[in-house]
Design a protein around this ligand. Structure first.
Ligand code: SF4
Length: 321
């Protein structure tokens, strides 16, 4: 019988996601609807559905944005050729790229200016990887997803080679890949640490903590959310049964049969309401199970809004972030 439900101390929205959502909210107020957003602003189904019902149109191709419109670029980052195409069309660009992704873009650009071959570790097809790839000279770009890709790299080992990573990867898997890269390429430039962001690191650490005493971990997160999927894998790698659910209603309560201590966490793009709904559903079935949550280790982290929205916000509300 389930006795305890432990909520990960650090979970849910990161500063990059909060800022991207604020950007869309402020654009809805300032520019009205339809509001065009290129790619899902953040990878969470409930957020996307909510915005869609309020007149946000998510597009992948700029051709789907009519002339003279505002277009918001998603938190995952956008390649320079897309910026260029939008500028040529005269579209009004609002960039919601997380500043921690922008930092990786800057590094990528610098390496290519110095003609340094650049290995980009990430998930092929993920929006962030597509965006960051655009800042690397195509002839200098090597994408690596796993150890097989590392073995297959055909680069002169005597060259100076840079490595950059997607911000939402598994901390453990990425350090294995970088260690192997260091063995293969002695002149590898890694920087002080990989580019995995504070939010990804903190959420994976919090899930690891849960696995020390929980016999199951459930992650709230959408199927296309990289950081949420890494949380489920983090629990699984520690030998604990783990599941990922997009909505509270998706969780099969029968899975809790025979379990005593459950851990719950959520990805960086998941609204707190989904975790609350899941906890309530489980508490309704196991009313005696104690719900435990410690304080988050993330305090007061905020990213600035684009200047025009910062100004709009202070005019409207007399506050700025
Ligand atoms: S997960 Fe990290 S990189 Fe992605 S939006 Fe959040 S803070 Fe930025």
């Amino acid at each position: 019988m389930l006795k305890e439900i432990h909520l990960a101390h650090t979970q849910g929205f990161c500063a990059g996601v909060s800022s991207a959502i604020d950007i869309v909210e402020l654009c809805l107020e300032k520019y009205g609807t339809p509001l065009y957003v290129r790619h899902a602003i953040v990878h969470n189904t409930s957020i996307i559905k909510d915005f869609e019902t309020r007149g946000v149109v998510f597009i992948e191709n700029l051709d789907d944005v009519p002339d003279d419109q505002v277009v918001v670029f998603s938190a995952h980052g956008t390649a320079p050729d897309v910026f260029e195409a939008a500028r040529k069309r005269g579209l009004h660009i609002i960039d919601a790229t997380c500043p921690l992704v922008t930092k990786v873009h800057r590094q990528a650009r610098r390496y290519s200016q110095r003609e340094v071959p650049t290995i980009l570790i990430g998930h092929r097809g993920h929006q962030e990887l597509i965006g960051t790839s655009g800042y690397v000279n195509n002839e200098l770009l090597y994408v690596v997803e796993d150890l097989d890709d590392v073995e297959e790299l055909d680069i002169d080992p005597n060259l100076e080679i840079a490595v950059l990573t997607q911000t939402t990867l598994s901390v453990t898997d990425t350090s294995h890949l970088i260690n192997r890269l260091k063995e293969r390429f002695p002149n590898l430039i890694t920087g002080k640490k990989e580019d995995i962001c504070y939010a990804t690191q903190n959420r994976q650490d919090a899930v690891k903590e849960l696995t020390k005493f929980c016999d199951m971990v459930v992650i709230c997160g959408s199927p296309n959310s990289s950081n949420s999927n890494r949380l489920r894998e983090t629990a699984e790698a520690e030998g604990v049964d783990s599941y990922i659910v997009d909505f509270a209603s998706e969780f099969d309560l029968d899975l809790l049969k025979g379990k005593k201590i459950l851990g719950i966490s959520s990805g960086a793009s998941v609204p707190a309401s989904i975790v609350t709904d899941l906890t309530s559903r489980i508490s309704n079935m196991y009313p005696d199970a104690k719900v435990v949550q410690k304080e988050s280790i993330e305090k007061g982290i905020e990213f600035p809004l684009p200047k025009e929205l910062e100004d709009f916000k202070s005019q409207q509300y007399g506050v700025s972030s």
